[in-house]
Design a protein around this ligand. Structure first.
Ligand SMILES: C[S@@+](CC[C@H](N)C(=O)[O-])C[C@H]1O[C@@H](n2cnc3c(N)ncnc32)[C@H](O)[C@@H]1O
Length: 265
């Protein structure tokens, strides 16, 4: 007979303190991955054990921000996986615009805003007079403030932007780039936790890329079922290159293309 290992009480106390401090419930994040990342920070800071780490995050706001960034991983870039966005521009979005004149699109887990701003640029190229709605959400408040400002993007985050669009939609500010005000105004940013908040409805498309990789299988299913409800019939779900939806048919999706699922009509 196999017995479950009892949870380490020091780890549990640390996790609770951390959840309170960053305001993000961590129960549905993959625990081994989370512990590994936290252990790296502990070693880097010369901290010995979870109680010492708990004291340190209570006293040091910078460390707390570092821990939050490490757990929620905010890495992003414009036109991330450029070939997928080219396909979005050449095929998926023109088809959607033909069907419905005003699109309702949600970028869930938008980080610093590269993804929803990329979408705003593509929509502007396709339909300059269009009045489409782009909602962009993330659980991380500080990252959302940065996204709203739409500036401070280093060259590494704009490296995949086609040169003509870089010229048209960005302003160079010393070492970094800022998106033009026109593009900034097209995106509506809001805090939203994919694990606990209600989802919007009647959407034409959802982009949720490189977000659920940190979640348990149970949490992923919860999110994908929520997306299926949030989309209108035939609506599209665009996911990350390394992701796939398990038992997608049971949830109500069919595979429509690479990284693209469509809700049953
Ligand atoms: C790696 S970034 C992905 C950014 C963008 N989608 C992309 O592909 O470049 C993952 C984002 O998911 C957000 N995130 C993590 N847990 C979340 C949750 N429970 N609800 C909403 N967003 C979450 C993080 O804050 C982070 O900004």
């Amino acid at each position: 007979m196999k017995f479950e290992e009892p949870e380490d009480p020091q780890w549990l106390a640390f996790r609770r303190a951390l959840e309170r401090a960053i305001g993000v419930p961590l129960g549905q994040y993959k625990e081994p991955q989370m512990k590994r990342r936290l252990a790296n920070i502990m070693t880097r800071r010369g901290l010995n054990g979870w109680p010492a780490f708990e004291k340190a995050i209570a006293a040091d706001r910078e460390l707390l921000a570092d821990v939050r960034d490490t757990l929620t991983i905010n890495v992003s870039e414009f036109f991330r996986q450029a070939d997928r966005f080219q396909e979005l521009q050449a095929k998926w979005l023109p088809e959607l615009i033909k069907e419905r004149r005003q699109l309702k699109i949600w970028s869930a887990g938008c980080s610093v805003g590269c993804e929803p701003y990329t979408l705003a640029m593509i929509l502007n190229e396709l339909d300059p007079r269009g009045n489409h709605s782009i909602l962009a959400t993330d659980v991380d408040m500080p990252i959302l403030s940065r996204a709203r400002e739409g500036n401070g993007y280093p060259p590494s985050e704009v490296r995949s932007v086609p040169p003509a669009l870089l010229k048209k939609y960005f302003v160079s500010e010393g070492e970094t780039f800022r998106v033009t005000d026109d593009i900034r105004r097209k995106v509506n940013f809001r805090r939203h936790d994919l694990l606990s908040d209600p989802y919007p409805t009647d959407l034409d498309m959802i982009l949720c890329r490189n977000v659920v990789i940190y979640f348990t299988d149970e949490a992923k299913q919860h999110i994908y079922k929520g997306f299926a409800k949030a989309l209108r019939p035939s609506g599209l779900l665009f996911i990350g290159g390394s992701e796939m939806i398990m038992r997608s048919g049971e949830i109500g999706f069919r595979t429509a293309g690479t990284s693209m699922y469509q809700k049953a009509a």
